[in-house]
Structures are given as structure tokens and as C-alpha cells.
Design a protein. Structure first.
Length: 367
């Protein structure tokens, strides 16, 4: 089996809430997503997706996905798509860095691998843990009262994990955390996610002011060293996200006791292959995880579901259902939230069938 053709489609993903806002005044109203199709010479087609959270969140941007695929794609024609380890090595040799470019290609190859094996991807990744898994809901930054109301609204819809977007004015953030915590019930979990938005003195002040609140603190500052400094000043459980981009930082963080939970974003690692490697290392090190990505629609959500559902339950802090945030459905068969929980498809591969009328004509073709 050989890769015969690679296609890329551009899809806009508007948000149900109108806009998604987080630290530093950052905001997105419509996400620019790239869906990739990898076709083989024997008729298999696998799909992947990459949707950066704008150009100002991580070192990734939507146009860069397509530009990178244009550069990388010709090197992959004629390669065996189910040999994902060697394919990843080839991608790394042909294009240094840019893991987000490689992610949708790797994801599509896992889709093909599952189709060929007649197995869902989650079963190839180690098998299902339980009937389903728990989701979190991101609460877009706004005034404290409105954010608390949104927590309550999504709690009524079944969510029990809430990622509160802070990282703004420290006084407002203290109020945001306190008011949100007041509407939660026993068993709920609140994460105060600063998305690198605080300076160290601001982060130190906030964690001290909410010391009596049952909450997790996520990525308060921009650098590893700054986050470690805050970690050492608080008794709150601690999550690292934006700086978690490879095996080296996981090992360093474990050695330093820098975190209790990490976020594994598929595209930041370069796809399912390397994200699964990071996941398995975290299990061995005893580190809980949120399995997610930077953003996406149905294809990304399917990939998240397979990696999350194959993660041991006690190590899966939570996962996400990005397709419920957006107004456009790009694929049939994608997993759907149910009372704040989700499960991976039991069909072969990722278990999705893209809606070609939504994808439209490809913006890139490599053969």
C-alpha cells in the first residue's frame, strides 16, 4: 500500500457563542481549519485535521498548515501510510519542526491503519477503558458574574469539569474563580486557566488570594521557570499546558515536580503517533492528562476521542468535544457529547465520513 495523493481542504468553523476569549484580550470568532485527505493506491482514504487557535496562541497558524503540507507532501507520495513510525521519521527529516503541519497527515494515516485492520483506532492504541470518558467545558473570558452563569448553564447540560479562562486583571480573576467555585457541587472540578497570561507577581497574588478555593491552577505564566516558581508557592494542584510540547519537558517536569496534570495537544506533538507516546510515558510516570488539541471540528474531535478512550481512566483527567463549540458539521459519525461525557466510535479507523459538500473543493492537491 502506498500514498497516492494528498488533498487539503479549508473550512471555516464559526462558534455557537459568537466568540472565544482568553488571556491578553485574545479572541477568535471563526476558526480556520484544514482537513487533510490521504489517498492510497488501493482505494483507502484517511482524514486528519489541524485547526490552530489563531496565530497568537502557539507557534502555529492556519495558513502555515497548508503551506507546510505543500512543502512536505511530495516527500510522502509512494510511502506506506500504515508504517506511522517510519513515516514520522521521514516527515521530521524532510521538514524540521512545524509539528502542527505533520499532525493531520499522521492522523489521516492512523485512520487508514484502522480501516486496514478493521479496528477502531482506540483499540489499536491499547483498547477502551470504560464505556465513555469525562469532558471539560472551556468558559470563555468575560465578567465574573457572566462566567459563573455559564458554568452553571453548562453544568446543567451535564459537564462536571470547567476550564475557566483567567489570565487577565488579577482582581477580576480572583472574583472569576471565587464566583465560579460557588456554583459548583461535590465532585465537580474547576481549573483556573491563565493561558500564560499572568506575570509572576500577578500569579503569586492570585494563587494566594484563592488559597481556600478548591481549584486547579493551569499555566499561569509564559515560561517553564516562571510556572515552577508559582508551583512552589501554592498548594493548589498544578497543570502545565502551553509549554508541554515534547518528551523532554515531560521528563524535566516530572523530575522537578513541576506539575500534577499535563495537557497533551495532538497537533502540538505532531499527531497521534507522538501524542500516544507522550501519553504512555505520562502513565508510566504517574502524571494525569487532559487529552485535547488546539481546536478543531469533527475530525479532530474523533481523534481526541480515540486517544482519550484508550487512556487508563485514572490517568485521564479530562478531554474535550470541540465539535460541540462550532456551528458547522464537517463529518458524519463523529463522537457527540452525552451528559458531559463522550466515547470513541466503534467503527474502523476514526469512524468518520467527511461531508464533501461542506469541505468543498480542495485548496491543495499533491500527487
Amino acid at each position: 500500500m502506498k500514498i497516492k495523493r494528498i488533498l487539503a481542504y479549508q473550512v471555516d468553523l464559526p462558534l455557537h457563542e459568537g466568540a472565544y476569549k482568553w488571556s491578553g484580550g485574545k479572541s477568535v470568532e471563526v476558526f480556520d481549519s484544514t482537513i487533510v485527505a490521504v489517498e492510497t493506491d488501493d482505494g483507502h482514504v484517511g482524514y486528519g485535521e489541524c485547526c490552530p487557535l489563531g496565530p497568537f496562541y502557539l507557534p502555529a497558524y492556519a495558513g502555515g498548515v497548508r503551506a507546510g503540507i505543500k512543502e512536505l507532501g511530495p516527500h510522502l507520495i509512494g510511502q506506506d501510510p500504515i508504517q506511522t513510525s517510519s513515516l514520522n521519521q521521514l516527515m521530521d527529516r524532510c521538514l524540521k519542526g512545524h509539528p502542527y503541519v505533520k499532525s493531520p497527515i499522521d492522523m489521516a494515516c492512523w485512520d487508514i491503519k484502522g480501516q486496514v485492520a478493521a479496528m477502531p483506532v482506540c483499540e489499536i492504541l491499547g483498547g477502551r477503558w470504560g464505556e465513555d470518558f469525562v469532558l471539560y467545558r472551556a468558559i470563555s473570558q468575560g465578567n465574573p458574574e457572566a462566567m459563573a452563569e455559564n458554568v452553571k448553564m453548562y453544568r446543567d447540560e451535564g459537564y462536571r469539569r470547567f476550564q475557566l479562562k483567567v489570565g487577565g486583571n488579577p482582581d477580576e480573576d480572583i472574583a472569576r474563580i471565587r464566583l465560579a467555585a460557588e456554583v459548583l457541587e461535590t465532585g465537580d472540578k474547576l481549573v483556573a486557566d491563565a493561558n500564560t497570561g499572568w506575570l509572576m507577581h500577578e500569579a503569586a497574588r492570585v494563587v494566594r488570594a484563592v488559597d481556600d478555593v478548591d481549584a486547579y491552577i493551569e499555566q499561569p505564566c509564559a515560561t517553564y521557570e516562571e510556572c515552577l516558581s508559582i508551583r512552589e508557592r501554592t498548594s493548589h494542584p498544578f497543570i502545565l499546558d502551553e509549554i508541554i510540547d515534547g518528551i523532554d519537558v515531560l521528563v524535566r517536569g516530572h523530575s522537578d515536580g513541576a506539575m500534577d496534570v499535563v495537557n497533551i495537544k495532538i497537533s502540538k506533538f505532531g499527531g497521534i503517533t507522538k501524542a500516544a507516546l507522550a501519553r504512555d510515558l505520562c502513565v508510566q510516570l504517574g502524571i494525569a492528562m487532559t487529552i485535547e488539541d488546539s481546536w478543531g471540528g469533527d475530525v479532530t474531535t474523533a481523534a481526541i476521542a480515540h486517544l482519550a478512550h484508550s487512556t487508563p481512566t485514572e490517568f485521564l483527567f479530562t478531554a474535550t468535544d470541540f465539535n460541540s463549540y462550532v456551528t458547522v458539521t464537517t463529518a458524519d459519525g463523529a463522537p457527540q457529547r452525552n451528559n458531559g461525557r463522550m466515547s470513541a466510535s466503534d467503527k474502523a479507523g476514526l469512524g468518520i465520513a467527511p461531508k464533501m459538500n461542506v469541505l468543498g473543493k480542495p485548496v491543495l492537491e499533491i500527487n
